[in-house]
Design a protein around this ligand. Structure first.
Ligand code: ADP
Ligand code: MG
Length: 651
C-alpha cells in the first residue's frame, strides 16, 4: 500500500543543510498498526508528513497504492489527502471558531459530501464519546476531548490510512489511554494506522515497531502478525462528492460571515472604507447629474429658437473690450430688428441687476429683470395671479412689478401681494402679478426674481442708457445662421460701425450652442466629482486588501489545517474572496443607502437639484464588488499557495 525507496529530505536553512531523512526505504501493508519511535529530531515527523502527503521528499520514490506521488499536482495531492488519509496532530489543530461538530464535518465541505454531515457527525461524535459536547468550542474542551474531536475529523471521509504524530504527546495518561484504544479499534476495523510515539509502552501495543535515529531506520520489528482484514484492501472511493453548488456557496458565505463577525471592529472599519467611497460616488454623481439636468431643462425651457444679441465680441473677457470702441444697444434696436429682419417671432431687449426690495419692515435682496411685454410669451412667464404689464405701461415708465414666488414668500408670507406697494431701491412699485414658479436650477433659484418694464428699469431703477442684451426668438431655428448675419448687418448699419473695423462690435449667440457648451462643462464637472469619489473607493479597496493580508498571515495555521484535511487551492481562494466580497458588498449596500439619503437630505436643505440615477447606483455597486474581488484576490491567492506543512508550523 505504502512503498518508499531511498527517501531523503533535506531542509535548507541558509548555508546550513539538515538531513532530516536519509535513504529511508520501507513498505507498509494494509491493516497494519505501525509505531515509529526514536529520539527527538530523528526525522519521525518528517517521515510522517511525507507519507501523509503534507510535504514532499527531496529525493527518492514514494508510491501510494502503486501510484508515484512525486509528479502529482497540489490539487491532486489535496484530493488524495481527503479521500485516503486522516491526519492526527499532536497539537490537535482544531478551528477555534467552530464547534466540535463543525470541526468534525469540515472535511466533508471540501470533499463535497455536505449531505453526509448530519449522519457522519452523529456517528463519529458518538464513536469518540463526545455526543454531549457537540456544540462546545475547542477552548471549552479538555485536551483529550479535543484530540478525540480531531480523530473524528480524520475519519469523516472514511480514509484507509490514519497518520498520528504523537497524538498523545500533549495529554495526560488517562486521555492517552482512551486515544490509543480508539486507534486500536480503528485498526481492527481495517484501517491502517501509522503512529509516532515517545512511549515504549504505547509502542509495544502496535503490530510493528520501527525505530529511527538520525534520519535512518534503525530497526523494524514485527510484534503481531497482520490479521487478514475483512475491509477491502483498496476501497477505492470513486463516488465523487455531490454537494450542490448553492450549498457550497452558502457554507462559504456562512464561514465568511463568522470570520468577519469574529473580528467585528476590523471588519466594520473596512466596511466603512467602502461605505464612504460608495456613498460619495452615489452622492457626487447625483449632484453632477442634477446640475446637468437643471442646466439642460433651464436652457431647453428657453428654447433652441432663441438668439441673444450683445454688444461687443462673444468672448466675454472684459479686458479686451477696453481697447475697442463700445457700441451700446438701445431699445430701438429691438424694434428695428423686429421690423427689418425676417423670420422672427418676437424680440425682447432687457437689462438686469440686483436690487433691494422692501415691504413694510421686511426687505430682501433679489435679481431684477427689466424687459418688454414680449417677455411674457417668449419665456412662458404668464402670471399665475394678476397680469403682465402692457406696452403703454412700459412706454410711460410705470412703476409696476411682477414678483417671483421666492420674493412673495419672503416679503408677504401667505398674504396676497397683488395691489400692494413694494419699494425697489426705495422707489415705490405696485405689484401687479406673480410669476409662474420655475423651481431651482442647480444652485440658482429662478423664482428669486422681479420683472419690471424695460423703460422703468433703465431710466428709473438702474439709470442705464443702454440695454444689456436683446433676446430674439426665431420662427425656425434652421434659419439661425442667416438671421444671425442679418441682425449683425443691421446693427453695424444702425450704429455706423466703420466697414474697416475688424472688431466685433456685436455678437449674436445661439441658445443651442450655449446649451451644448454648458452641458459639456457640466458633464466634465460630474466626471470630476465622480473621479474624486472613486479615489476614496480605491482607498477603501486598499483597506480591504490590507485587512485580508493581515487576516491571511494571522490564519496561516488555519489555512494549513484546511489544506491538510483536503482543501484545494480553489477552496482557499474562494474562502478569502468570499470574505472580501462580503465586506465590499455590505459596504456597497450601506454606501448606496447612505449616498441616497445624503442626496435627499442635501436636496431638501440646500435646494440643489440632485438626481440619483439607477445607473450610478449600479456603477457604485459594481465598482465596490469588483474592488472586493480585485483587492481580495491577491491575499486569497497568497493564502491558497501556502504549503500545508509550512502553514501548519507557522505561529
Ligand atoms: P522528530 O519528529 O523525530 O523529532 P523531525 O522530523 O521533526 O524530528 O525533525 C528532523 C530534523 O529536521 C531535526 O533536526 C529538525 O531540526 C529538522 N527540521 C524539522 N523541520 C524542519 C524545518 N521546517 N526546517 C528546518 N529543519 C527542520
Ligand atoms: Mg516530531
Amino acid at each position: 500500500m505504502i512503498s518508499v525507496q531511498n527517501l531523503s529530505k533535506v531542509y535548507r536553512m541558509g548555508e546550513h543543510e539538515v538531513h532530516a531523512l536519509s535513504d529511508v526505504s520501507l513498505t507498509i501493508e494494509p491493516g497494519d498498526f505501525v509505531a515509529i519511535m526514536g529520539p527527538s529530531g530523528s526525522g519521525k515527523s518528517t517521515l510522517m508528513q511525507i507519507l501523509g502527503l503534507l510535504d514532499t521528499p527531496s529525493s527518492g520514490s514514494y508510491k501510494l497504492y502503486g501510484r508515484e506521488v512525486a509528479g502529482l499536482s497540489d490539487d491532486e495531492l489535496a484530493i488524495l489527502r481527503r479521500e485516503k488519509i486522516g491526519f492526527i496532530f499532536q497539537q490537535f489543530h482544531l478551528l477555534s471558531r467552530m464547534t466540535a461538530r463543525e470541526n468534525v464535518v469540515l472535511p466533508l465541505f471540501y470533499s463535497q459530501r455536505l449531505e453526509q454531515s448530519g449522519p457522519q457527525g452523529d456517528r463519529l461524535l458518538k464513536m469518540v464519546n463526545l455526543s454531549s459536547h457537540e456544540s462546545h468550542r475547542p477552548n471549552e474542551m479538555s485536551g483529550g476531548q479535543q484530540q478525540r474531536v480531531a480523530i473524528a475529523r480524520a475519519l469523516v471521509n472514511e480514509p484507509t490510512i490514519i497518520f498520528a504524530d504523537e497524538p498523545t504527546g500533549n495529554l495526560d495518561s488517562k486521555s492517552e489511554h482512551e486515544i490509543i484504544e480508539i486507534l486500536r479499534s480503528l485498526n481492527s476495523s481495517g484501517i491502517t494506522v501509522i503512529m509516532v510515539t515517545h512511549e515504549d509502552e504505547i509502542g509495544r501495543q502496535a503490530k510493528r515497531l520501527i525505530r529511527m535515529r538520525d534520519g535512518k531506520v534503525q530497526s523494524d520489528t514485527r510484534l503481531t502478525p497482520i490479521e487478514p482484514t475483512t475491509a477491502p484492501v483498496t476501497p477505492d472511493k470513486t463516488t465523487p462528492g455531490t454537494s450542490s453548488l448553492s450549498a457550497t456557496l452558502g457554507l462559504h458565505l456562512v464561514q465568511a460571515m463568522r470570520t468577519l463577525i469574529g473580528n467585528k471592529v476590523r471588519s466594520a472599519l473596512s466596511v466603512l472604507g467602502i461605505l464612504i467611497g460608495v456613498a460619495a460616488v452615489v452622492a457626487m454623481l447625483a449632484l453632477g447629474r442634477g446640475a446637468q439636468v437643471a442646466i439642460e431643462s433651464q436652457l431647453s425651457s428657453l428654447g433652441s429658437n432663441l438668439l441673444v444679441l450683445r454688444s461687443g465680441p462673444s468672448r466675454m473677457g472684459g479686458v479686451a473690450m477696453d481697447s475697442t470702441v463700445r457700441y451700446g444697444l438701445d431699445p430701438d434696436d429691438g424694434d428695428a430688428i423686429k421690423r427689418e429682419v425676417g423670420g422672427l417671432r418676437d424680440v425682447a431687449p432687457n437689462v438686469s441687476g440686483r436690487a433691494q426690495v422692501d415691504f413694510k419692515n421686511r426687505n430682501w435682496s433679489t435679481q431684477v429683470l427689466a424687459t418688454t411685454p414680449s417677455y411674457e410669451s417668449m419665456r412662458a412667464a404668464t402670471p399665475i395671479i394678476g397680469r403682465f404689464f402692457t406696452e403703454a405701461e412700459n412706454r410711460s415708465r410705470s412703476r409696476v412689478a411682477l414678483l417671483g414666488a421666492t420674493v412673495v414668500r419672503e416679503l408677504f408670507g401667505r398674504d396676497s401681494p397683488i395691489g400692494e406697494m413694494v419699494r425697489l431701491n426705495r422707489i415705490a412699485f405696485q405689484v401687479i402679478g406673480i410669476l409662474p414658479e420655475k423651481g431651482a436650477s442647480g444652485w440658482r433659484d429662478q423664482d428669486d426674481t422681479i420683472v419690471i418694464p424695460l423703460a422703468t428699469g433703465m431710466y428709473r431703477l438702474f439709470g442705464k442708457q443702454e440695454v444689456d442684451s436683446i433676446d430674439i426668438e426665431m420662427l425656425d431655428s434652421a434659419q439661425a445662421e442667416t438671421i444671425q448675419e442679418d441682425i449683425l448687418m443691421l446693427m453695424k448699419q444702425r450704429h455706423r460701425v466703420p466697414a474697416t473695423s475688424t472688431d466685433e462690435a456685436f455678437s449674436v449667440n445661439n441658445m443651442a450652442d450655449i446649451q451644448k457648451a454648458m452641458s459639456q462643462s457640466s458633464q466634465t464637472l460630474s466626471l470630476l466629482l465622480a473621479a474624486i469619489a472613486a479615489i476614496s473607493l480605491l482607498v477603501g479597496g486598499i483597506g480591504i486588501m490590507n485587512i485580508m493580508l493581515v487576516s491571511v498571515t494571522e490564519r496561516t495555521r488555519e489555512i494549513g489545517l484546511r489544506k491538510a484535511i483536503g482543501a484545494q487551492r480553489i477552496d482557499i481562494l474562494y474562502q478569502f474572496l468570499t470574505e472580501s466580497l462580503v465586506i465590499s458588498l455590505v459596504g456597497g449596500t450601506a454606501g448606496v443607502v447612505l449616498g441616497v439619503s445624503a442626496t435627499m437630505l442635501l436636496q431638501t436643505t440646500t435646494g440643489w437639484t440632485m438626481q440619483v440615477s439607477l445607473s450610478s447606483i449600479a456603477l457604485a455597486f459594481g465598482f465596490s464588488a469588483s474592488i472586493g474581488v480585485i483587492f481580495g484576490l491577491y491575499p486569497a491567492r497568497k493564502a491558497s499557495y501556502l504549503n500545508p506543512i509550512t502553514a501548519l508550523r507557522h505561529d
